[in-house]
Design a protein around this ligand. Sequence first.
Ligand code: GUN
Ligand code: ZN
Length: 443
Amino acid sequence: MGKLTVYRGGIYHALSPEHGEGWQDGALVVDASGTIVDCGLWQQVNQKIDLSGCEQVTLQPGQCILPGMFDLHTHLPQYQVTGCEAADLGQWLDAYILPEEARFEDTAYAAAMADVFFKQLLAKGTTTAAVFLTSHVEATTLAFETAARYGNRVVMGLNLMDRFGEGDGPEGLVRPVADLLRDTEDLYQTWHGANEGRLQYAWMPRYAASCSDPLLAGVGALYRKYPEAYCHTHISEQLGEIETVLRLFPQVETYTGVYEAAGLLGPKTLLAHGVHLSQQERARIREHQSTLVHCPSANFFLKSGRFPLKEMLADQVKLGLGTDVGAGPSLSLFDVMRDAVYMQAVGPASIGWHVPFYLATLGGAEALGMADRLGNFLPGKAADFVVAALDQIPEKNLAQDWDVDEMLPRLIYSGDCSRVVKTYIEGRLVYEKTNVGNENKYA
Ligand code: GUN
Ligand code: ZN
């Protein structure tokens, strides 16, 4: 176990969608390997472990410790073009997104963008992210190298497109099937499980409208051959998109059916959006134990529709939460948690912050099959955590002595507090806010 470190202060974590546990004077005890030894009320932990012998880190007033967060759907190559408005998904992709992704052919640009993106994830308190990249092998390699350097946990892979809707699509991004399948398998061999398991590989057909039948079938074969890798794609985000998909796959009745026929639905599948799924599609997704990744901020931004979160929870569909940058305007899961609450019906039956907080932490870990190691502070799990703070607006005196469960809604709804001041992965400090211009510290 080696030397123990104890973090003392407000601590909160989720135990289920509705319930969490918090301590005003809490103790999180971490061993030298970054594993949680114990977590609870300081006095009680102190009776089991002599905390006076530990290295002690005491939080400031107005700070609390939360589990590292899970962003189950985001796009590295879109970070520079967040907030670009368009009439619908198709026009937005054509006008802003594909031209920006094409720039990742330039490896110097790709390296610079990867550097910014993985640092920013840590600065937002996101310790695990499922990330869309581009179709370029070099840019994909650089993304893995950069995530390894900063210590991020990621699930990602080569973006797969061999057509674009009913057109040919942009050169460089749309590539021949055989090349894509060869390159994605090579990248899997290199990166899956690297950096002590923090880098995980995903087969990433962008969405049905960017993939031919042979490409989807090839991805299905890879998914069967390497069941330890993930599969990550988009589904049923906008009505116009669904019409295009059904025109492109006339032999299949539903959008979900396209992926199911190709063998892409399984317990390691992440499906972003799912705003307009039928009851029958929802049932198929649940039966395959695939995860729907709710991206409320992006759905607001592209006016895609309202994801029926409460119904999905009631139906016990596996769920996660995603920023979906750059359709989502913010890389902070606190913003996304807020939007998840705002998107649900108003009135007494609407959901509160507990559900999205669970989805951003323990629910994300469960969706990825990582809850035995991550997602909350049970002993034996890895110490991925953030120190969050309410200290940004002195005139509002946010840093007064709130209970930790009162701090959480304020962190979620009050977008101009500082929120994340430190981020740790496996007990190692990977980000620290310095308050000196942009010169934050990264490990
Ligand atoms: N559908 C296909 N590609 C994309 C994308 O990049 N962003 C979003 N939001 N939806 C998509
Ligand atoms: Zn997306």
